[in-house]
Design a protein around this ligand. Structure first.
Ligand code: ADP
Length: 483
């Protein structure tokens, strides 16, 4: 299937130049809807990463020295350019990642919103004057950009996961080296084209593709790079955090989740079903905030399961993201199919009942039917691990205390959701859940104006909101004496 290639670059963007890898090795990029190779990107290693860090380091002082208004102006132009080219960017994203075109456009709009929001925030990096305990001395607090930032991003939101980091970094006055997932590099390289078009100075944004462990190691070990920001698996996040500790680099880690979605007897059934579908099946179940464990109270369990099945079967249509009407793109690759199949077989072997889906879909690519299993229990893999696919597992519970205990019984702490119409319960449960994000009677809550970040093994730091900027700033205390 043909698509708009305006923003597709098969070289990497270092110090304002488009180049191949030193080794001339490349990596194939596959369309998950068809299995076809859509292009290649360079397989860079240490040397190219070090050059990108050097470029970002050289660009740092002049970028930091610009006024916030100057940086904000360029960022607004970047957001405008993204929106002016949304069709081409969305087609590229769908082709490398698979999500439906409408969702891709939503993601790109969301990405532009992050950049715009942080452009506005750039002007509000306020400091403090603290009343001094000493006569003749002033206490002044200022905030400064941390320096060169290394960003490693995943494939599930190839555009907006970069925008969240890039927006905050540019606003703060930092420069960046971005390494996207090798599965979806083109949406990231497109930022290089956009940066050139709007005149972001050379070296402020560098994008390279290649050997992830090697690039990650250079980022962590190179002392010129002062912060690592990562979105991806908890396993890789822990590795990067421990390597970054060698130079005591600042880190932001957005890692895995295992989101509980609790439906109490007193919930609005239609709203809970709609929220569960949005939370579970968006992006074909491939977001770190997707509902993974759906806990339903006994009194509403059968009605919820029946309505969920009916709505999923009526509304969700797997198909190529470029085809009108498809709501469910493929999952990213065969490994994803294997994990979903493994979780499903495990659940069925331990007493779960399949009430919808359960099979691969389509004749090509890596599609999986929206799938629902009832009778899920805590001993199943799906209770402990993130499935990252369109498999909804329904667990039964009896009391509020039990729901809270089950929901918190995980090492993860990113997103959670619950549906109830009782005011007292809203506050009790909201406070008891050990999570960074809570959706109360809402299944999709992400926005650039609110903080996004997990606790426990789901990571540290926040993206979006005024708090998101803090992750890219150091605090400097100056004591001015002799007055
Ligand atoms: P997922 O399983 O969802 O792909 P990963 O954590 O493996 O999550 O991947 C997220 C990002 O981390 C990707 O850009 C990937 O290339 C990168 N990555 C994977 N392994 C490493 C590593 N050892 N060091 C640095 N980055 C890595």
């Amino acid at each position: 299937m043909s698509f708009d290639k305006t923003f597709m670059k098969e070289t990497v963007f270092i110090a304002g130049a488009w180049t191949a890898a030193d080794s001339k090795d490349s990596i194939d990029v596959i369309n998950p809807a068809t299995g076809e190779t859509i292009g290649t990107v360079p397989n860079c290693g240490r040397a190219e990463t070090a050059r990108a860090i050097d470029a970002a380091h050289a660009a740092f002082a002049p970028w930091k020295a610009k006024t916030a208004g100057e940086r904000a102006g360029l960022m607004q132009k970047l957001a405008d350019e993204i929106m002016a080219n949304i069709d081409a960017l969305a087609e590229l994203l769908v082709t490398e990642m698979g999500k439906p075109l409408a969702e891709a456009k939503g993601e790109i709009t969301g990405g532009a919103n992050y950049i715009r929001f942080f452009a506005e925030e750039a002007r509000r990096v306020y400091g403090d004057i603290i009343p001094s305990p000493w006569a003749g001395k002033k206490i002044m607090v200022t905030k400064e950009p941390v320096g060169v930032v290394g960003a490693i991003t995943p494939w599930n939101f190839p555009n907006s996961m970069i925008a969240r980091k890039l927006g905050a970094a540019l606003a703060a006055g930092c420069t960046m080296v971005i390494k996207p997932s090798e599965l979806t590099p083109f949406s990231a390289l497109a930022y290089g084209v956009l940066a050139e078009k709007v005149g972001i100075p050379t070296g402020v944004i560098n994008v390279l593709t290649g050997d992830a462990p090697v690039i990650g190691a250079e980022m962590c070990e190179n002392p010129k790079l002062r912060k690592m920001t990562f979105t991806g698996s908890t396993r890789v996040g822990k590795l990067l955090a421990s390597n970054a500790a060698g130079h005591m680099k600042k880190i932001s880690m957005e890692l895995g989740g295992n989101a509980p979605f609790i439906v109490f007897d007193d919930a609005d059934l239609d709203a809970a079903v709609a929220g569960a579908i949005a939370s579970k099946f968006r992006n074909s179940g491939q977001t770190c905030v997707c509902a993974n464990r759906i806990y339903v109270q006994s009194g509403i369990y059968d009605a919820f399961a029946a309505k969920l099945k009916e709505t999923v079967e009526a509304e969700l249509i797997p198909g190529n993201g470029m085809s009108a009407g498809s709501t469910q793109g493929p999952v990213i690759d065969d490994r994803a199919i294997s994990k979903i199949t493994d979780h499903l077989q495990d659940a069925l072997s331990k007493g779960g009942t399949l009430i919808s889906g359960g099979e691969r879909a389509g004749t090509a690519g890596t599609f999986f039917q929206p799938t629902i299993v009832t009778g899920a229990t805590s001993d199943m893999k799906i209770a402990r691990e993130e499935t990252f696919g369109p498999l909804a597992a329904l667990f039964r519970f009896e009391t509020e205390e039990e729901a809270i205990q089950l929901a918190n019984d995980t090492e993860y702490g990113l997103a959670c959701y619950f549906y109830t119409q009782q005011l007292g319960r809203v506050f009790r449960v909201m406070e008891a859940l050990e999570y960074g994000l809570v959706g109360v009677n809402e299944g999709v809550i992400t926005t650039e104006v609110a903080p996004f970040g997990g606790v426990k093994d789901s990571g540290m730091g926040n993206e979006g909101s005024k708090y998101g900027l803090d992750d890219y700033l150091n605090i400097k205390y100056s004591c001015i004496g002799g007055l």
